[in-house]
Design a protein around this ligand. Structure first.
Ligand code: FAD
Length: 490
């Protein structure tokens, strides 16, 4: 078998998205997955935030997810609903969709891109030298490849074998989550708080199963949970175990909060839960992993294609580590606010009052939705380092949206002044140069209206590397930094 340029370990959401991004950039990629197929037992993530939908829209696949889910016009923080009706995005809200369907749709996209996924393939060893990383699978097969990306979840074997530290906080609370048949009808469904923490009961769509989430009395369990443990907690909290039996799935999660000290060690990189874990409050985990993948894919491709120096890969850690650090902080605050004591109740109510003001609501909603991420790409226009708004444009080829220009994951220079095409010509055809006009107002989430720049250089991940008003030198150095070496010949 021909060995690929990149091995992606794990076919969860992060690995699938990364493999798609690499394939779009023309990289030979293979995904190795320990599971025997893509079917996921258990609920895990329940939806997609606005920025994740925008990233999928840039690749032309958001409509598949929207068609499979239900859009809700608000995000939540610690039980407070933050309306997104006035948020400047095409996806103002959260798309409710279970992770099993998210993975199924991403895997379908990979099939269309002809990316191979090998199921039942478990990485058990990993070493690297100056030229390659060498992966050993459980059946003894060895693969020698230029790069390995560990997208293998919170207990990442790649991270352990690469000896990348994973500092953070130990669990302070532990939850059991399950879906099971039941014989006794619960008197109340929904969320219930007590001194132990937060609990919830819900029925499955067909009414035949009970979906249970309970806080355990202790946070130090490390073994796989049992039905007996779940029954005991249900009895203690509700006075009944509702006769639950035959669980479809049963799992445990805690509020342990950890982040890899480095996202890269030479030829080994980490993305998704392998790089950061935190409790599910706010629904950030899957989103952050998909955003990691979109940040990393094109950079790895440019380095492999020898268009950019190896140092481009270091910007992956520099940009993404602070984003996940914010997510960890946000979830820690949210876990604290779960408490049922009078003081925490007072704090929750005070915070809810503050979040009732438009400015605070808009600010936190944009952050929760991943729309206010700003990479440190230099000073200048306020859009620099932020996501490019999906504006309606007039181009020589007719009306286009910005997201449509990013379908092939190439950088785009949008030239509103007609002044930059001669400079950008040296990066053609790897750079898409588009002369355009735009009548829409530029409004950035959490920032508000900003002046329209004369041109923008948009990276393949949809973030603005440079915005006009700077002089010619600005655009040239941004092109060199983010689009690789210019063509020297005609
Ligand atoms: C109860 C719960 C609720 C959640 N709710 C939300 C939510 O609402 N929103 C949200 O965004 N996130 C949520 N999350 C988090 C979300 O599920 C994760 O962040 C997401 O699955 C991470 O994706 P990943 O691809 O990085 O890792 P994973 O989904 O963990 O995928 C890793 C993959 O790697 C494979 N693998 C592991 N080791 C190996 C190996 N050695 N060799 C080969 N393959 C390997 C695994 O089988 C797995 O398929 C929730 C999580 C839980 C537990």
């Amino acid at each position: 078998m021909r060995e690929p340029a990149v091995l992606v370990i794990g076919a969860g959401p992060s690995g699938l998205m990364l493999a798609g991004e690499l394939a779009l950039a023309g990289i030979d990629v293979l995904v190795l997955e320990r599971r025997s197929d893509q079917v996921l037992m258990g609920a895990r993530a329940g939806g997609l935030h606005a920025r994740t939908l925008e990233l999928l829209e840039q690749r032309g696949i958001a409509d598949r997810f929207v068609a499979a889910g239900t859009m809700h016009p608000a995000v939540g923080f610690a039980g407070v609903s933050l309306g997104m009706h006035d948020c400047p995005t095409r996806f103002p809200g959260v798309l409710a969709l279970w992770q099993v369907h998210i993975e199924r749709l991403l895997a379908e996209w990979l099939r269309e891109l002809q990316v191979p996924i090998r199921y039942g393939a478990e990485l058990v060893d990993l070493v690297q030298d100056d030229d390659a990383a060498v992966v050993t699978l459980r059946d003894g097969e060895r693969l020698r490849v230029p790069y390995v990306v560990g997208c293998d979840g919170g207990r990442s074997t790649v991270r352990r074998l690469a000896r990348i530290e994973f500092p953070g906080t130990a669990p302070t609370t532990s939850n059991l989550i399950a879906e099971a048949r039941f014989t006794e009808e619960p008197t109340t469904l929904g969320i219930h708080r007590d001194a132990q923490g937060i609990h919830s009961l819900a029925k499955s769509e067909d009414g035949a199963h009970l979906r249970v989430l309970v806080t355990e009395p202790r946070a130090d369990a490390t073994s796989a949970p049992t039905l007996e443990e779940l029954r005991a907690v249900l009895h203690a909290v509700y006075g009944s175990d509702f006769g639950i039996h035959d669980p479809t799935w049963l799992s445990r999660f805690t509020d342990a909060t950890r982040q890899a000290a480095q996202y890269r060690d030479r030829r080994i990189l980490l993305a998704g839960d392998a790089a950061h874990i935190h409790p599910p409050d706010g629904g950030h985990g899957l989103q952050t992993g998909v955003h990691d993948a979109v940040n990393l894919g094109w950079k790895l491709a440019q380095v492999l294609q020898q268009r950019s120096p190896d140092s481009l890969l270091d910007t992956y850690h520099a940009e993404r580590h602070p984003v996940a650090a914010w997510v960890l902080k946000n979830t820690m605050a949210s876990v604290l606010l779960r408490r049922a004591d009078a003081q925490t109740q007072a704090l929750r109510e005070t915070m809810a009052d503050m979040l009732g003001t438009d400015a605070a609501r808009r600010w936190l909603a944009a952050q929760m939705a991943g729309l206010d991420i700003r990479y440190d790409l230099g000073e200048g226009h306020p859009v620099r380092g932020r996501r490019m708004p999906d504006l309606d444009l007039e181009t020589a080829e007719g009306p286009r949206r910005v997201a449509e220009l990013l379908r092939s994951a190439k950088p785009v220079l949008l030239d509103f002044a007609g002044a930059y095409a001669p400079i950008a010509a040296a990066w053609s055809p790897r750079l898409r140069v588009c002369r355009a006009s735009c009548d829409s107002e530029w409004v950035l989430p959490a920032v508000g209206p900003v002046a329209a720049p004369t041109a923008v250089l948009i990276r393949p991940d949809g973030y603005v590397a440079w915005a006009g008003e700077d002089h010619e030198l600005g655009v040239r150095s941004a092109l060199e930094r983010w689009c690789g070496m210019a063509r020297t010949g005609p």
